[in-house]
Design a protein around this ligand. Sequence first.
Ligand SMILES: Nc1ncnc2c1ncn2[C@@H]1O[C@H](COP(=O)(O)OP(=O)(O)OP(=O)(O)O)[C@@H](O)[C@H]1O
Length: 354
Amino acid sequence: MLEVRDLSARAGSFFLERVSFALDRGQTLAIVGPTGAGKTLLLETLLGLRPRLAGTIRVEERRVEGLPVEQRRLAYLPQDLALFPHLSVEENIFYGPRVSQRRPPPEMEEILEVLGLRDLLHRKVDGLSGGERQRVALARALAAGARVLLLDEPLSALHEALRRELWLLLREMQQRYGLTYLLVTHDLEEAFFLGHRVGVLMGGRLLREGPAEEIWRDPRHPEVARFLGVRNLFCGVLQRKDQRLFVEVPGLGSLTIWGRKGPHEGEIMIGIRPEEIIFLREERLKKEQENLFRVRVKDLFSVRESWWVVLEAERGARLEARLPDFALHKLGLFPGCKALIILPAEKLLLLRPL
Ligand SMILES: Nc1ncnc2c1ncn2[C@@H]1O[C@H](COP(=O)(O)OP(=O)(O)OP(=O)(O)O)[C@@H](O)[C@H]1O
């Protein structure tokens, strides 16, 4: 449905380098990345608004990289939505079909109904709320006949409750009409909620792209892991002893790893998400507990219903854990207290620098 191979482009001295992905009909690829990573440049190059240096773009099996923007069958929802403020909702939605003298798709009546726009058709866009504008922009994209939508942070200006409502609406529209979304977002929750696939773009390179669950479970590179919330990253040396794998981490100690095939011995990075660190009470301590460490609680921060716990290992390494409210109270943690933690072997991420 949307297939991009080795796409390269340039904006000033910034390069988008050999971006490749393939997205099936009815699926969403969510592209995340820090500010200035090239996300907007990627969308604008796909649309033909920026010159392409190399690479191919297929939309619905058709090569489109040589075609002008209006023939690419891609709809674009830019960050500012680009609606005409002085036109009515109806005039905005049907602007494309009117100027191109093409009939809007037959299901347009139903689309207006599903998007709750029927009663707004004669209103000026100027007076609409943020959520209503989003729905108008979506209807306009669909009225133009496109079924592949490029969404550039479409919901970033909206407050949280409304954003979540629109996530559900975007999903419903996708399932009903077989829409394909390429979504650019800063928001990891949005990316993993909407994305069947997730891509991590950094410095103009798509460092990782694949099924959302796989990217979460195996970020592969420390840069990607850090961006995806793996706050504990350590350098270490991987060793093999009697079929078992260990990573010796300075400042922490020896970590057992299992269930992994084929990592090479030698220098490696290892990571664990704050929410995967387990706290253990002294009385529950078993003799042969793997990856157990004695730590001191340095600091505690409450963020909504959870706590960020800053820890220092006996040998000096610093870690961050996250605990729900009730767990922190049950454990009775306070700044300065000692604690026992486990870094579960199956939750450790093995990472290789690029
Ligand atoms: N016309 C231009 N001339 C020179 N540099 C440009 C131009 N347009 C974009 N850039 C640069 O290209 C890089 C990528 O920009 P882009 O807008 O694609 O980033 P982004 O990932 O969308 O960022 P954000 O999340 O902040 O929107 C940035 O370093 C930007 O400064």
